[in-house]
Design a protein around this ligand. Structure first.
Ligand code: GLN
Length: 535
């Protein structure tokens, strides 16, 4: 079992998650059993209670954990399923230690960062490898080297390196080379400083991955190597690229995978098998036609808030040889007057998931518009719930129908709190979370997409379609094409006469993969494509 730690230097947002996922992809494509985990230095137990503006999307795992969005990259790149053990936060570590302390586990001892916190971090570093026989476990350390809160993680990784030795633990440091416009040169000083910072903590990086907007010359590579104590062939250039799917190829050209394997004394046979990946990339890059999709949501200012949806749309468009043009539309901007101006020319509309009352009216307007104009519409979670509300109001004639999340006193609660959610006061981790089976009804659009009668999809919600209204809704023409058999919960609704009017209570976006796009996203893009380019 070998461990790779990836740290970040100079600034945040350098794309550590993508580098980690790309390296893992290369190793996996060489036949190694690889997984990736993420350690975050913040004190929240998980990101589930964080506002999307703070931290982007919350990624839900199959086993129902609310995790960092980087786990989405790991799953999409590797085609694997991560678990609740793949994302650890300082909050989780401390919660566990304090519970232990209260239970008397350390009786008589002073509980300290070293050794108790670092020991617990080390235990978690190696936990995945104890459960499954991985060859290599990659750990992405969140934050930037030099942050006070990252220190216990760096220290724990240093100890693991000391204990297991350099053949089993290696460090990759991701850094930024600054480009000065005035003198037209790349500056290495911030990189030198961040490597020093690591060295001060007792860690010598084995490999440097340098993000840069301009190619690194031979001389500069040698200089970086000399000043950071890293072999020249382990100074890896990571040039800015227009799309993240090129990164595995880019790192392959720099032989990052070979540097890693040689360092671990693991065999390097032939080339990594990236045939499917390459097929996708070729179609994506060769796309001649555009598909225009509007994403209607309320966190559109921060695109990371809808990361998995965006990626799932790119996968589905790319595989169909289409270039995705995504319009980010704030539902608060949609009024009866502005509606058609905002939505004109789009071949498909996606209504995003979300919570709370704000900007709901705009979503309902967009749904009505798409339903009446025959524009492909895909509603996810809250999006699906609002499709049901809109249908109940305008087709069933229940003009005050609503979800009790938005209007607790509505006379027609077509969307209501699930019984097991009533009376809950704790917010973290208490929604209906993770994968549940969904039975697909034959002869429906959902069945045509999935080609299966049983699928597993991931959930994150408290409310659901109120079964009291199900007969009336069905009678009025809303087709229930997917249900959770155990509890008879409605999971998918659609309109048979419409080109594509599909709402799902779950989050299909979490299961779209680069090498295996999600069937519902494929069907949505296909319907949008058939609309032609309206403009
Ligand atoms: N707010 C809704 C619920 O809790 C939808 C949640 C979501 O879109 N993820 O049921």
């Amino acid at each position: 079992m070998r461990y790779i730690f990836i740290t970040g230097g100079v600034v945040s947002s350098l794309g550590k998650g993508i580098v980690a996922a790309s390296l893992a992809k290369l190793l996996q494509a060489r036949g190694y059993r690889v997984t990736i985990q993420k350690f975050d230095p913040y004190l929240n137990v998980d990101p589930g209670t964080l506002n999307p503006y703070e931290h982007g999307e919350v990624f839900v795992t199959h086993d129902g954990a609310e995790t960092d969005l980087d786990l989405g990259h790991y799953e999409r790149f590797l085609g694997i399923q991560t678990t609740r053990d793949h994302n650890v936060t300082t909050g989780k570590i401390y919660q566990y230690i304090i519970q232990q302390e209260r239970a008397g586990a350390y009786l008589g001892k002073t509980v300290q960062v070293i050794p108790h916190v670092t020991d617990e971090i080390k235990r978690r570093f190696t936990l995945l490898a104890q459960k499954e026989p991985y060859d290599i476990v990659i750990t992405e350390l969140g934050g930037t080297v030099g942050d006070i809160e990252s220190l216990p993680y760096i220290e724990a990784a240093r100890q693991l390196h000391y204990e297991l030795g350099p053949l089993r633990v290696l460090f990759i440091h991701l850094t930024l080379l600054l480009y000065l416009e005035t003198t037209k040169e790349l500056k290495t000083k911030p990189t030198q400083h961040s490597v020093r910072e690591l060295q001060r903590a007792g860690v010598q990086p084995d490999i440097l991955v340098c993000r840069t907007a301009h190619p690194i010359s031979r001389e500069l590579r040698s200089k970086i190597a000399l000043l950071t104590n890293v072999p020249r062939n382990a100074v890896i250039q990571a040039l800015d690229v227009p799309n993240i799917y090129q990164v595995p190829f880019q790192l392959r050209r720099e032989k990052l995978d070979e540097v890693v394997l040689r360092r671990f004394r693991l065999p390097i046979r032939g080339e990594p098998d990236l045939i499917t990946w390459n097929t996708f990339l070729t179609r994506l890059q060769g796309a001649e036609h555009t598909v225009r999709i509007a994403l209607v949501g309320k966190y559109v200012e921060l695109q990371d808030a809808y990361k998995s949806i965006h990626e799932a749309l790119i996968h589905a468009s790319g595989w169909q040889g289409l270039r995705l043009e995504l319009g980010w539309i704030h539902s608060a901007d949609l009024t009866p007057e502005s509606l058609s101006r905002h939505l004109r020319g789009y071949q498909g509309i996606l209504i995003a998931p979300g919570f709370g009352e704000r900007a709901i009216a705009g979503k309902l307007l967009a749904i009505q518009y798409a339903r009446e104009e025959g524009i492909p519409l895909f509603g996810i979670c809250l999006g699906m719930q609002m499709m049901v509300v809109e249908f109940a109001r305008h087709v069933l004639g229940l003009s005050e129908a609503h979800s009790t999340e938005m209007d607790p006193h509505t006379p027609h609660p077509v969307i209501d709190l699930m019984p097991e959610q009533q009376g809950l006061s704790q917010l973290g981790g208490t929604m209906r979370l993770g994968a549940y089976p969904c039975e697909i009804r034959k002869g429906t659009l959902a069945y045509r997409a999935y080609q299966k009668t049983l699928v597993y999809e991931r959930h994150r919600h408290r409310y659901e379609l109120n079964n009291t209204y199900r007969p009336a809704l069905e009678e009025a023409g809303l087709l229930v094409s997917g249900t959770y058999p155990d509890k008879k919960l409605v999971e998918i609704v659609e309109l048979p006469q419409h080109p594509f009017f599909v709402g799902v209570q779950f989050h299909p976006e979490f299961q779209s993969r680069v090498e295996q796009p999600h069937p519902l996203f494929m069907a949505f893009i296909e319907a949008a494509r058939r609309m032609g380019n309206g403009k």
